[in-house]
Structures are given as C-alpha cells and as structure tokens.
Design a protein around this ligand. Structure first.
Ligand SMILES: C[S@@+](CC[C@H](N)C(=O)[O-])C[C@H]1O[C@@H](n2cnc3c(N)ncnc32)[C@H](O)[C@@H]1O
Length: 236
C-alpha cells in the first residue's frame, strides 16, 4: 500500500462524479464561491473536489491542492497539486487564499503540525477568507462492524478537540450538513473494507478484518442503501 489513505478516494462513492458534483454545488452556494476566489485544498487526495469546483466555476486562478502522496492513477485537470505536507508548503510558498478547505484531513496531522498550521495559515489568507472544516457526521449510517464502530467512535470524539482548536484560532461563522445517498452492492463495500478504505481500519489485524466482513455479510442486505453525512463548518 502506497500510503495510509491510498484507497480512500480510489474507487467508490467517495470518488464518484456524483458525490463531488453534489458537494461542489452545495459548497458553491453555502460559501458563495465566485470565479475570482483563490482556493487551497489541504490533503486534497486525488484532487476530485478541486477539479469539480474548477469545472463548475470556471475559476480565474487555478485552485491549489497540497497532498504528500503522488497518485499516478489519476491526473486531475485545471488544478495545481503540490506534493508535500501542508506545513512545508506553507513555509515554502507565499500564495494568498480566499478559501481553505480541510476535508477529512486535520485528524491526520500531529498536534505540532496542527499548531504550526493554525499559525502559518494566517499569513496565507485574505481578510475575509473562509477556513472550511469538513468532517464525518457523528450520526453516520455507514455500515460498520463492532470493532470498526468502536474505533470510529473514538476517532469521532477527536472532532471536538479539533473544533476547540479551530475555535481558539478562528471564528465559527456557520455550519450545515451534506447528505449523500449511497447505493452500493455488499460485495463492492466489502472490497472497500478489505482495502481498509477508512483510517480506522488501517491497524486492524487481518483476522479482525475478516471477522468484520463476516459480521457485515450476516447483518446487511446484498444491496446497501444509506446516507453518508458530512458536517461543513465555516470559520473566518
Ligand atoms: C482521508 S483522506 C481525504 C482526502 C480528500 N480530502 C477527500 O476528502 O477526499 C486524507 C488525505 O490527507 C493527506 N494528508 C495526510 N497528512 C497530510 C499533511 N501533513 N499535509 C497534507 N495532506 C496530508 C493524505 O495523504 C490523504 O490524501
């Protein structure tokens, strides 16, 4: 496996055109994003969100992604990706942004990295800039097995810590949820679990993954239908 998050946005609803189209539509409206905005996506993965925003908005300035992992299986169009951790990117560039997106990435930074980020990003944002923190909603409907649920609950608790840190550094302006209706076959979803698509699956033993797969097979139908809900919190 190339990186802990290699399979995150590789091939599932999390990488689908529909998912990013709906998310992009909602963000454009909620954040009032116009063609002149300079956008930074921290931990942009394969760049799907930025690519969709660039296409939908006809952005004047190419949006920028920062992503330590170089994904050779997908080359996004109309966006610029810097392959480095966000802290080095902020130290080595003097670009200014109107919108900084943190989608499901902040929990992967160490406390030291986050402290540096909160400090350094202030030198890279315009006065009215938005910092947008997007995280999985606590009331998730995603199919889980007991150990996965346990790990996910622990991880969701850290959201409050991250929120406290963000609130210490910026002002919370508004928030709302993004709901995506997922339809996926049980087989496809089990393959995602085998590929450890979520961070909480990464350090499970092979036997724990196989037991989890058996649990999901025995407790869910062949066609899975559920809502994947994100919370979008906007800071300034
Ligand atoms: C769970 S994925 C989310 C990807 C994308 N934001 C999305 O929501 O589809 C987390 C991403 O953050 C990246 N990442 C991890 N540490 C990082 C760091 N220090 N700076 C920037 N990105 C980082 C990972 O490589 C990964 O692509």
């Amino acid at each position: 496996m190339n990186s802990p998050c290699y399979n995150w946005d590789r091939s599932s609803w999390l990488s689908s055109k529909e998912y990013f189209q709906e998310l992009s539509n909602q963000l454009i409206e909620f954040l009032d994003i116009t063609e002149d905005k300079k956008i930074l996506d921290v931990g942009c993965g394969r760049g799907h969100l930025l690519e969709t925003l660039a296409l939908n908005l006809n952005l004047i300035n190419q949006p920028v992604g920062v992503e330590p992992v170089k994904h050779d299986d997908f080359i996004p169009q109309n966006i610029k990706i810097f392959h480095s951790p966000v802290n080095s990117f902020l130290n080595e560039n003097n670009s200014q942004f109107d919108l900084v997106i943190l989608k499901q990435v902040l929990h992967l930074l160490t406390l030291e990295e986050r402290k540096n980020f909160y400090h350094d990003i202030k030198n890279h944002i315009n006065e009215d800039a938005y910092i947008v923190f997007i995280h999985m909603n606590d009331q998730t409907e995603i199919p889980l097995f007991p150990l996965m649920e346990n790990k996910l609950n622990q991880s969701l608790k850290t959201h409050q810590l991250l929120l406290d840190e963000l609130t210490d550094n910026f002002h919370l302006i508004k928030f709302e949820n993004f709901n995506f209706n997922v339809k996926i076959s049980l087989e496809e979803y089990l393959e995602m679990i085998r590929n450890r698509y979520m961070t909480v699956l990464l350090d499970l033993k092979e036997k724990e993954i196989e037991e989890g797969i058996d649990f999901i097979k025995n407790n869910y139908p062949n066609q899975l239908v559920f809502q994947d809900t994100l919370t979008i919190k906007v800071f300034n």
